[in-house]
Write a protein that binds this ligand. Sequence first.
Ligand SMILES: O=C[C@H](O)COP(=O)(O)O
Length: 255
Amino acid sequence: MNTLTDLKTYDAATFAATALSSAAHLAATLDHTLLKPEATRNQVLQLCAEAAEHRFACAMVNPFWVSTAVAALAGTGVSVGVVIGFPLGASLSASKRDETVRVLKQGAHDVDVVLNVGLLKSGTAEDFEHVQQDIRGVVELAHGSGAIVKVILETCLLSFEEKHRASELCLAAGADFLKTSTGFSTGGATVDDIALLRTHAGTRAGVKASGGIRSLADAKAMLEAGANRIGASASVRILSELAGIVPTSSAPSGY
Ligand SMILES: O=C[C@H](O)COP(=O)(O)O
């Protein structure tokens, strides 16, 4: 697992080389994701079975499916991740907190919350403070339960200045990861955006690339640009591409 503590010595080139050195290492950087509205119980169970088999960082689902995923992954050591305020980010702050409380009770460990994009773009000091509070409310609940928070900026909707502003607000709110995209808007992760987010996160926080990452080449580009977590619905395919090139080794530890 790539824990936050490991970030103290984080270096993109070293992290990417280690992550790409075996299927087991790469799996530990991947959030295996199924967020389509039409996903069925059987598909969620299949996601969990694949997450357990390959030992992905987590299985990422919508809130309704958290209890199903927690039950399916019990005893496997694989975490359940969940999205909050998804995919628009414009829910009431109280609703985001309420969703968070409920999924934490059900056993979610990774909480990926969408930033209030429209409020950020509204642009006053008061709006920025409100954006930060919106995130902080979720962070405080998650950290109180030993969970982590990744904030989805939806970078495809933001200007260069807004990406900088959003990154600083999220870090000030205590976010554990800056994350690019929901996968449901006008674009996904880009190498330039990952580099920008890493500039802000440094060794203070993680950076998660998500949205449109379909191949090993995509994953490699994101890791080399500064991502230390990748969210993808194509994780099994990405992993099998690597397994075809590099033999699977023993499970990774402490990077
Ligand atoms: O957070 C993760 C994204 O929703 C995954 O998007 P994707 O289906 O393009 O891999």
